[in-house]
Design a protein around this ligand. Structure first.
Ligand SMILES: *Cc1c(COP(=O)(O)O)cnc(C)c1O
Length: 429
């Protein structure tokens, strides 16, 4: 049926049935597309709406951007597969009684961080929200003016504080905040400071005449210090690597050292430098963690079995020192430039397309602002981004100076055949 054949608009149902010939989408979705197109007076547009919807579905892509933890591409990629089975999510196999979904994962994370206890929630924003709601509701929280930041996606520290029921007490100045600024806020009769909140300004860096107060000094004021370290870097010494910590991690705050320096709690994301599923982690003092867990918000923010299971795999990989083989982010980040060069040359030789270039990959997700990891790319003249996005397995690349660059560090070797097919499909030789 051609919708333009008749004078009267086609029926929604007839149009939806016609769409079904070309679009593998549920009937109810096609009915929606048909209805919208007819209501807009342009039934012929239904095809485009159906294609648009199909393209908008969540799917896998090859990340050739060189940004390893790409916020728009789901941050840390993880392995995950599971049989359809029940699990011991809240069941204690030893006693046959009800168990806690938090107890074993909490112990694993606590062991990794050198903490007394840990709690897992849906993301780091939820972790901060829960800490403030459970420990500072109706009380005051001191935050440096230099750390009263927007993390991204409209997540602003002052707004989160307000939502949680805590009152924000700004201390210091935008560029310099000293211990005595915090001490003044703590000592003031007007304030009832429940926590000192230290936030890692993870998506920008300020240079020049700047000073911040380290956790070790804040911990001397007799008020619990909560350090939002952001990225989930576990230990500055990277005991899971065979060599020393790589230089691109220099200056990145780590959970273990923040706790050793005297933070009562640290909060961080699961899907940044940790390399796990989307979740938020609160680790540190057992009494404070218990208070967070007992707060009604904890129930609303708790993760499901899929997340806990994926996070458990990640925690076991850290503790068994299988990080660079078993955690995809760390595998990408620690691949040698030489290995990337060999892969790139093989792709270029196989396709006869593109040239090898040295590039700088980025850890991404706001971690380690300004740091980069040496990498290798393939550069192809012209902007091919749109054609690459339209492939069966879309390839997301980058354009630099009018040429398309595929950075190999953020692509897995198991996708090199996809890159070969993608390069062969481009209208260049
Ligand atoms: C990323 C980040 C957050 C937000 O974490 P989500 O897991 O995305 O909710 C909060 N604080 C800091 C410092 C961050 O880097």
């Amino acid at each position: 049926m051609n919708p333009n054949d008749s004078q009267r608009p086609p029926s929604v149902d007839a149009l939806a049935r016609d769409l079904a010939v070309r679009h593998d989408l549920p009937h109810a979705v096609l009915v929606d597309c048909a209805r919208s197109a007819i209501a807009a007076g342009n039934p012929a547009d239904a095809d485009r709406l159906a294609t648009e919807f199909h393209t908008s579905l969540l799917r896998d892509v090859v990340n050739a951007t060189g940004v390893l933890l790409h916020t728009n591409l789901g941050r840390a990629p993880i392995h995950f597969s599971r049989q359809a089975r029940a699990s011991t999510l809240e069941f204690d196999l030893a006693t046959g009684e009800r168990g806690s979904r938090q107890s074993s994962i909490g112990k694993l994370i606590a062991t990794m961080c050198g903490a007394e206890a840990a709690l897992v929630v849906n993301n780091n924003a939820a972790a901060i929200m829960l800490v403030l709601g459970a420990l500072a509701d109706g009380r005051d929280v001191a935050v440096s003016r230099g750390e009263s930041v927007e993390i991204g996606g409209g997540f602003r520290i002052p707004d989160v504080l307000e939502q949680s029921g805590a009152r924000l007490i700004d201390v210091g100045t935008t560029n310099r905040t000293r211990l005595r600024d915090y001490a003044k806020a703590v000592d003031s009769k007007k304030n009832d400071i429940a926590l000192l909140l230290k936030i890692h300004p993870s998506n920008f860096s300020v240079n020049g005449f700047v000073e911040e107060t380290p956790v070790s000094q804040l911990a001397t004021l007799g008020v619990p210090v909560v350090a939002d370290i952001g990225s989930g870097f576990i230990d500055e010494t990277c005991p899971w690597l065979s060599g020393p910590a790589p230089s691109w991690l220099a200056g990145e705050p780590a959970a273990k050292q923040a706790l050793q320096a005297g933070a009562s709690l640290v909060t961080f994301s699961g899907d940044k430098l940790l390399g796990g599923p989307q979740c938020g982690i609160i680790a540190g003092n057992a009494d404070l963690i218990a208070q967070c867990n007992a707060h009604p918000l904890a129930r609303a923010l708790r993760p499901g079995a899929l997340v806990i299971s994926a996070l458990q795999d990640v925690a076991l990989a850290y503790l068994d020192k299988r990080v660079t083989t078993d955690i995809p982010f760390w595998a990408m980040a620690t691949t040698t430039v030489e290995a990337l060069r060999i892969r790139a040359q093989h792709i270029i030789d196989t396709t006869g397309v593109g040239k090898l270039v040295e590039t700088s990959a980025l850890p991404g997700a706001g971690s380690t602002p300004g740091a980069s990891i040496p990498s290798i790319g393939i550069v192809v003249a012209g902007n091919h981004l749109s054609a690459l996005r339209n492939r069966p397995l879309p390839v997301i690349a980058r354009v630099v100076d009018g040429s398309t660059v595929f950075d190999l560090r953020s692509c897995f070797a198991h996708d090199d055949d996809e890159l070969i097919a993608a390069l062969k499909s481009l209208p260049v030789r």
